[in-house]
Write a new protein. Sequence first.
Length: 341
Amino acid sequence: MRIGVLTGGGDCPGLNAVIRAIVRKGVKEYGYEFIGFRDGWKGPLENLTLDLDIHATRGILPRGGTILGSSRTNPYAIEGGSQKVIANLKALGVDALIAIGGEDTLGVASRLADEGLHIVGVPKTIDNDLSNTDYTFGFDTAVNIAVEAIDRLHTTAESHHRALIVEVMGRHAGWIALHSGIAGGASCILIPEQKFSIEKVCEWVESRFTTNYAPIIVVAEGATPIDGELRTKDSTVDSFGHVKLSGIGEWLAQEIEKRTGKEARTSVLGHIQRGGTPTAFDRVLATRFGLHAITAVHEGTWGTMVALHSTQILTVPLKSAISKIKTVDPALYKEAEIFFG
């Protein structure tokens, strides 16, 4: 059997661990042959390939990014794109495809599965917002990077008696902001799921200054004020219709200075959260996902995705992962609120 592998969407720590596990088990236990597709769905669209074998995947476990490259290419945004993908895979003798990605990449995979393509998905997103899996690899690394930044910013904030805003990723779900904010001892955490009052934020800022501590505010890029709108970089969208988010941290800093008279600065972590070596947790989870993904291929459980349920890796329908975004439970956010101010 010849199996294709691709990684789509934003890069994520742990992608290479998944590729390594798929190839290692697939070759050693099943004798399968592998072909990598470069740059996400652009690979099968344009026949951009890379030979994958055990030698090609040696030493990649601790490496961030993806040896296959990635992109946000959407075959369904191109006329005849899906048919071209299917035709190219057939011409290359590919019997099955493993797609590693988030909501958009797996959304394409699910639609192709409906068209009869043999596909198994692997969930990947630092945002941890895919449904029907407890965690996605990359999330733990992103949180740890954010926490390290927050720890460092505490000292400079206190030295200069400033309010510091840390803007982290999270378009529709505030998992990174919530976890890093709790772990980093933030004065408040602002997430997309809960619209915030700028007046209340300023109260928390002033409250923290009265105790001789400088406030740290952690805000997800998709957070919005009660009477405001989503802050975007410009009006352009990608092939999946997503706008580029930017600016909520800087807007907060300006409002805090204007309303409290306290100096405020913003640190936007941006793609720093995606880069670098994955944590041990993400290496193990990504490896287990890869091992179970190739088993799902061997068993012919098409149209499914591997998922973490408690400590077990299971296969679930692809549609169940992308039918809705997994957002922060209000009860979890309520637990964090006790530390605000």
